[in-house]
Design a binder for this molecule. Structure first.
Ligand code: GLA
Length: 396
C-alpha cells in the first residue's frame, strides 16, 4: 500500500483499545471460478460460478470507538486505521479499501455496524482472476452481519443482500466497475453445486455439480499472466454493451434473444460502431450457452458441457477480445491433451483458465500446459483441481 494513502492512521489506535468482547470470532468466504457465462452479469444475463475451497478469513473483534483497524498476514507490520466516518468513495482503492468499503456500504444501506479490529488472511491467490477481492469483502460482511446481529447470513435473501452491499463496496470504494457475480458466488454457493445466477431477476438456483461422481475433475490453470480489472478494458467492454443496449432500445442485452440477434447485429453495424456487433454477439450467445450447459450437466452429458465451455472461450477470444496468449495456450494445450472442454474464467486479460477433464488425465494435462509455457519461456503456470465448496460463513 502506498504510504500516502488517506486510509493510513492519523489516530493512535492504542489510545482506543479494542473492547474485549465475546462477539469476536473468525469468518471466511471463498474465491470462485465461473464455469460459463462470462461478461454476462452486468448485461442482466446468466452466470454459473462455483465456490473454491480456497478461502479468505477475517478475524474480527468489534470496537466501541468507531475506528476500523485492519491488518493482513500478506502485509506484515502494516496497520491501517481509519475512522468509519472518514470512509468515503473518494478514498482511493488499495487492499484495505476492500475492508473499509464493506463497513461504508453496510452503513450506506442503513445497517448499524460498529468499528472493529479486522485481521485478514487469504488463501485465495491474488490477481489470478479467482475473486480474491470478493472473498475478502464477503468474509468481512459475514462477520459484520453476525457481530451487528443483522441475521443476513440466515437465508438466501439475506445473503443476496450482503452480496449487493459488497458489490457496491467494490464498485464505489475500490473503483472496480464489476458486475455482481463474484460476490453472489462468495455468498450463495453451496458445496457440490454450481450457482445458476440470473442477474436480471436476481433468482439463484443450485445446480448439482459433482464431477467426481462421473470420473471427471475441474482443472484450474493459473497462467500467472497479470490480471487487472481496473485498467479500463473491463469498463470499456461494459460501456460498449450499455451503448449497444440503448441503441437497440432495451435496458440490457439480456432482452436480445438469439432469434433477434441477426437483426440486432444488422442495426448495430449500420450505426457504425465497429466493436459493438461482436461484443453483443458474445453476450447473447454466451447467455444461451449457460442455459445449454446447465441442461447438459443435468443430463450428465459432459461431452456437450465441455464443447460449450470451449465455444465460450472462442467467443471471449474472438468476439469479446478479453483473452490473451497465455489463456489461449492453456486452453489449446488442455484440449490437445484430452480435455472435454476448456476456457478462460473471470474477467480475462490474464488470470486463470479452467478445463473439464477425466480425473486420471488431470495431472498429465496440467503437466502438458506447464511444458508448453516453458517452451515459450513464460513463467510456469500453476495447475490444480478444485471441487465446488461452500459460501461465506462463520469459521475458517
Ligand atoms: C469479473 C467481474 C465479474 C464479471 C466477470 C466476467 O470477475 O468481477 O462481475 O463481470 O469479470 O464475467
Amino acid at each position: 500500500m502506498a504510504s500516502t494513502s488517506p486510509l493510513r492512521a492519523s489516530v493512535n489506535p492504542t489510545l482506543h483499545p479494542a473492547e474485549p468482547d465475546n462477539q469476536a470470532g473468525v469468518w471466511s468466504a471463498p474465491g470462485r471460478v465461473n464455469l460459463i457465462g462470462e461478461h454476462t452479469d452486468y448485461n442482466g444475463g446468466l452466470a454459473l460460478p462455483i465456490a473454491l475451497p480456497h478461502r479468505t478469513t477475517a478475524t474480527v473483534r468489534p470496537r466501541t470507538d468507531g475506528l476500523l483497524r485492519v491488518t493482513s498476514t500478506a502485509r506484515p507490520g502494516e496497520t491501517v486505521v481509519v475512522a468509519l466516518d472518514d470512509v468515503s468513495p473518494t478514498v482511493p482503492g488499495d487492499w484495505a479499501a476492500y475492508v473499509a468499503g464493506v463497513f461504508w456500504s453496510l452503513r450506506q444501506a442503513g445497517y448499524a455496524v460498529p468499528g472493529a479490529d479486522v485481521q485478514v488472511a487469504s488463501a485465495v491467490p491474488v490477481g489470478a482472476g479467482l475473486s480474491s477481492s470478493a472473498a475478502l469483502e464477503c468474509a468481512v460482511a459475514a462477520a459484520l452481519s453476525d457481530i451487528a446481529g443483522l441475521g443476513l447470513l440466515d437465508d438466501d435473501a439475506g445473503r443476496a443482500r450482503l452480496a449487493q452491499v459488497c458489490q457496491v463496496a467494490e464498485n464505489d470504494i475500490a473503483g472496480a466497475p464489476t458486475g455482481g457475480m463474484d460476490q453472489a458466488a462468495a455468498m450463495l454457493c453451496r458445496p457440490g453445486h454450481a450457482l445458476r445466477l440470473d442477474c436480471r431477476s436476481g433468482v439463484t438456483t443450485q445446480v448439482p455439480f459433482d464431477l467426481a461422481a462421473h470420473g471427471l475433475a475441474l482443472l484450474v490453470i493459473d497462467t500467472k499472466a497479470p490480471h487487472a480489472l481496473v485498467d479500463g478494458q473491463y469498463a470499456a467492454r461494459r460501456h460498449t454493451c450499455q451503448q449497444a443496449a440503448s441503441a437497440l432500445g432495451v435496458d440490457t442485452l439480456r432482452e436480445v434473444s438469439p432469434t433477434d440477434l441477426p437483426e440486432a447485429l444488422g442495426r448495430l453495424s449500420r450505426l457504425g460502431d465497429s466493436a459493438a456487433p461482436a461484443r453483443v454477439r458474445h453476450v447473447v450467445t454466451e447467455i444461451a450457452r449457460v442455459e445449454a450447459f446447465v441442461d447438459a450437466v443435468q443430463a450428465d452429458d459432459f461431452t456437450t458441457a465441455g464443447a460449450l465451455m470451449t465455444a465460450s472461450h472462442d467467443s471471449l477470444r474472438a468476439d469479446y477480445e478479453v483473452s490473451c496468449p497465455e489463456l489461449d495456450l492453456a486452453v489449446t494445450t488442455a484440449l490437445r491433451g484430452g480435455a472435454l472442454g476448456a476456457r478462460m474464467t473471470g474477467g480475462g486479460f490474464g488470470g486463470c483458465a479452467i478445463a473439464l477433464v477425466q480425473q486420471e488425465q488431470a495431472d498429465s494435462i496440467g503437466a502438458a500446459v506447464v511444458a508448453a509455457f516453458r517452451q515459450r519461456q513464460w513463467p510456469d503456470p500453476v495447475p490444480f483441481t478444485v471441487t465446488a465448496a461452500r459460501g461465506a460463513g462463520r469459521g475458517c
